[in-house]
Design a protein around this ligand. Structure first.
Ligand SMILES: [Mn+2]
Length: 335
């Protein structure tokens, strides 16, 4: 029997923060939003972004949405605007806080939708969250933001530098690093990542969270063994060095590929077995004057993947059979 429920409008009460799960900037942004506004945290990586937003769109309880540290690409930006416009039709208040390259056309469309946009490519996301909401945050939040700036290589920027100045540099470095290793090593443990968000939002230092140092030590040992593997397996092209990573994550190898090769661009990629794709990490040296994210974005889209990011650090998702073509065209473009 079909029940004839009277159409009752559900009350929208929920606050949700959707943030990047792969690094300290994303986790810390989520923690500061949680401290300032409460609510639920949803952590995602780039491939999972649109599915997560789709789910949020269908949540009839949602009242306020924050999206943090998740940059857009040519492939998903239009769909992103579309989903946000549907949320706005339901009067959901949306704040998008990020520091990745963002198409001017998309900025206009978001402004038209009255999405609150906090976007500065010169400061990491957590620093921007801190700066926007410091009146709602504890003093400790400035430390969280300083650590996030370190891990995003942005502690030399105006706001980031000012926050780091408050603290002893080595004290901040070790906490930022321990946090990062615990995030990287727990990518397949979503409950632990949420636990980190919770602890940080309650003003705990990473070093105070049980077993973080021990866990970081294990990760450091894995990285040490990576040096030998990179030396053995990386391959050179004219303008870049690359390597397929088989065991650890690609982002752990890519800095070694860049450094040990002496090239100005390093690429590391790892297969995502059930997806038929490669997760690709790209890094540029200080001497690299090309905006790598702006090259990788259209190239990955052309090959049926997606990608983008910063000038000297970016990533992509490339269909497995296209990886050689990606490397070849990328090498040719950056000559
Ligand atoms: Mn970031």
């Amino acid at each position: 029997m079909v029940s004839k429920k009277p159409k009752v409008k559900t009350q929208r009460t929920k606050v949700v923060c959707l943030s990047h799960k792969e690094d300290a900037d994303g986790i810390s942004s989520a923690a500061l939003i949680r401290e300032a506004f409460g609510g639920d945290t949803i952590l995602e990586d780039y491939p999972g972004l649109m599915d997560a937003l789709e789910k949020i769109k269908n949540d009839e309880k949602i009242k306020q949405l924050f999206i943090c540290d998740l940059g857009l690409s040519n492939k998903n930006q239009d769909e992103f605007v579309q989903v946000l416009s549907e949320l706005r039709k339901n009067k959901v208040s949306i704040t998008y806080i990020d520091h990745h390259d963002l198409d001017a056309k998309i900025i206009k469309q978001l402004e038209k939708l009255k999405v609150k946009l906090i976007h500065d490519i010169n400061e990491c996301t957590t620093v921007q969250v801190y700066n926007a909401y410091k009146s709602k945050l504890s003093e400790h939040a400035s430390f969280v933001a300083a650590c996030a700036a370190i891990t995003d290589y942005m502690e030399d920027r105006p706001l980031g530098a000012k926050l780091l100045q408050i603290y002893d540099r080595q004290f901040a470095l070790i906490n930022a690093t321990v946090l990062t290793f615990n995030i990287v090593g727990h990518q397949k443990d979503p409950d632990y990542l949420l636990y980190l968000v919770e602890e940080i939002s309650e003003s705990k230092y990473p070093h105070e969270i049980p077993n973080t140092f021990e866990f970081a030590q294990i990760q450091v040992e894995k990285l040490a063994s990576m040096v030998g593997k990179v030396k053995k397996s990386m391959k050179m092209m004219k303008n870049l060095a690359y390597m397929e990573v088989l065991d650890a994550g690609a982002s752990g190898a890519v800095n070694f590929v860049l450094g040990l090769s002496g090239k100005d661009v390093g690429v590391a990629y790892k297969e995502r077995v059930d997806h038929g794709i490669y997760a690709v990490s790209v890094r540029g040296s200080k001497a690299c004057k090309i905006h790598l994210g702006r090259i990788v974005n259209p190239l990955a889209t052309k090959l049926g993947g997606s990608g983008g990011g910063h000038d000297r650090a970016c990533g992509a998702v490339i269909p497995k059979p296209k990886i050689k073509q990606f490397l070849k065209e990328f090498n040719a473009t950056i000559s």
